[in-house]
Design a protein around this ligand. Structure first.
Ligand SMILES: [Zn+2]
Length: 313
């Protein structure tokens, strides 16, 4: 008998998304305060260097290499004293550190490339992209939690970067992840997409918003869809999730079943919001929509929400 809890496909939809192939064993519970020093003393250790939302990649004939040995990192003035131990993979310890010089001062073989471009252009392999999502999120969290939220005194990194402890009141602070619901609303053979004012011309996407304290994922999906588009939802189902290092979110992709179809969109949030037929979405994917409509790239969960729906016909 099939256990009805596990009717999901064998290949999780999340595995098709960028940033989800992280192969690092974090060992979050088995760290000591000298974890980073121990890792940096290990000749197998590889470092990823980031700074200001960019990852530093070594350009060579084969492409781009995101990994540095300790001596290479030191030559680029990496801040090893504030490095974070991401964990261990089959090649040894993996560490993330902030680069110590401005991008303009880098040697010609090192390129500082923003996370989005690295991802969309597929410059590094999926496992390294997963490590980048972890490194980017942790780095952003450390950069914004130098002081205690309880007493205001400085905090110090501990456990290889997996917590900060207050020097005044000993409060422990742990890295945070902000959940964001992103949902494709379906009505018959149409889906609901909107465009924000900052989108490139022609791009439409699934609606999205932060999950608020005290909310379930389903409640957030229903609230955001009603607030942004005036559409009430019935059933809501989970599709896939994706770490999103801008700066430390988890995108949670869902489908919602529309109960009404008269859109009243929030003009403060959206420039436009409308129904798209399956044929229109197919045309958008094929690049021949009459209004030049297109959807986000395949690195985004929205792309897969839309594609999965349109291919289910
Ligand atoms: Zn404190």
């Amino acid at each position: 008998m099939t256990f009805p809890l596990f009717l999901a496909p064998e290949i999780e939809a999340s595995r098709r998304l960028a940033y989800t192939a992280n192969a690092i064993d974090r060992q979050s519970e088995n760290r000591s305060d000298d974890s980073v020093a121990t890792a940096l003393a290990d000749p197998r250790t590889r470092l990823m260097l980031i700074r200001d939302g960019r990852v530093w990649l070594k350009k060579n004939e084969a492409g781009f290499d995101p990994w540095y040995k300790r001596a290479e990192a030191e030559a680029l003035s990496a801040h090893l004293g504030a490095a974070v131990l991401l964990g261990w993979d089959e090649r040894g310890p993996v560490v993330a550190a902030t680069g110590g010089i401005d991008a303009e001062a880098l040697p010609p073989e090192v390129k500082a490339i923003d996370y989005r471009s690295v991802t969309v252009q597929g410059l590094i392999d999926p496992a390294a992209l997963g490590a980048l999502a972890q490194a980017g999120a942790l780095s952003a969290w450390h950069a914004t939690h130098a002081f205690c939220g309880r007493c205001g005194k400085p905090t110090e990194m501990r456990a290889g970067g997996y917590k900060r402890v207050c020097t005044g009141c000993n409060a422990e602070h742990f890295p945070r992840t902000d959940p964001v619901a992103i949902m494709l609303t379906i009505s018959g053979d149409r889906c609901l997409m909107g465009r924000g004012p900052h989108f490139p011309p022609g791009m439409y996407s699934a609606l999205a918003g932060f999950i608020e304290p005290g909310e379930t994922i389903e409640a957030a999906v229903r609230r955001e869809t009603f607030e942004e588009a005036g559409i009430r939802l019935g059933r809501v189902t989970y599709f896939a999730s994706q770490p999103w290092p801008f700066p430390f979110s988890l995108m949670i992709g869902c489908y919602g079943e529309a109960l009404n179809d008269d859109i009243r969109f929030d003009a403060k949030e959206l420039q436009d919001c409308r129904w798209f037929s399956r044929d229109e979405v197919l045309a958008a994917f094929a690049g021949n929509h009459p209004d030049s409509v297109f959807v986000p790239p395949k690195t985004a969960v929205a792309h897969h929400l839309i594609r999965n729906w349109v291919e289910m016909a």
